[in-house]
Write a protein that binds this ligand. Structure first.
Ligand code: ZN
Length: 175
């Protein structure tokens, strides 16, 4: 197993809509290393472009927080519908030392393929629903901080420029 370097804010691959996956065995070769990287970095989810891969899939594992959860793979996921609204603090391995409370739908209907290629449509809520929304954003070239108001976004602009340049901000910020 190997740990990938994390691609940071400022890299154009993080602004790209990733390529739809047709060859599932091809991504299964990458999945173990994706999980390994995510555990090494203490993340709950990791999108392929965060490790430099242009393929539309993400891995998620929130089992440290919810004991009946397990490592999941979402291939070509799409959010089909949503209900409610919830505020939750988010962070991102590609935007180190910044955290912000973000409003998002409370429940989302997600279509995806699993690692066997089987198609699912399933509602998710709570922490898992939140992490899925964060990762589906990544696969579409969107960051969680894109959901901040312009005034709040302005507070972190300088730190984002530092991350793009050096890989880390000079100071952390929690919004
Ligand atoms: Zn992220």
């Amino acid at each position: 197993m190997a740990v990938f370097p994390i691609v940071k804010y400022g890299d154009p691959l993080l602004r790209k809509h990733l390529k739809e996956i047709t060859d599932i065995p091809e991504i299964l070769k990458l999945v173990d290393d994706m999980f390994e990287t995510m555990y090494e970095e203490a993340g709950m989810g990791l999108a392929a472009n965060q490790v430099g891969i242009d393929m539309n899939f993400a891995v998620i594992d929130i089992s440290h927080a919810e004991e009946d959860e397990y490592p999941r793979i979402f291939i070509n996921p799409e959010i089909l519908d949503s209900t409610g609204r919830d505020d939750m603090e988010e962070g991102c391995l590609s935007i180190p030392e910044i955290r912000a409370t973000i409003p998002r739908p409370e429940r989302v209907l997600v279509s995806y393929l699993d690692e066997k290629g089987d198609y699912h449509e399933e509602w998710f809520d709570g922490l898992l629903g939140r992490v899925i929304q964060h990762e589906v954003d990544h696969l579409n070239g969107v960051f969680y901080i894109d959901h901040l108001t312009p005034a709040k976004h302005a507070i972190i602009d300088k730190r984002l420029a530092e991350i793009a340049e050096t890989g880390a901000p000079s100071t952390g910020i929690v919004l």
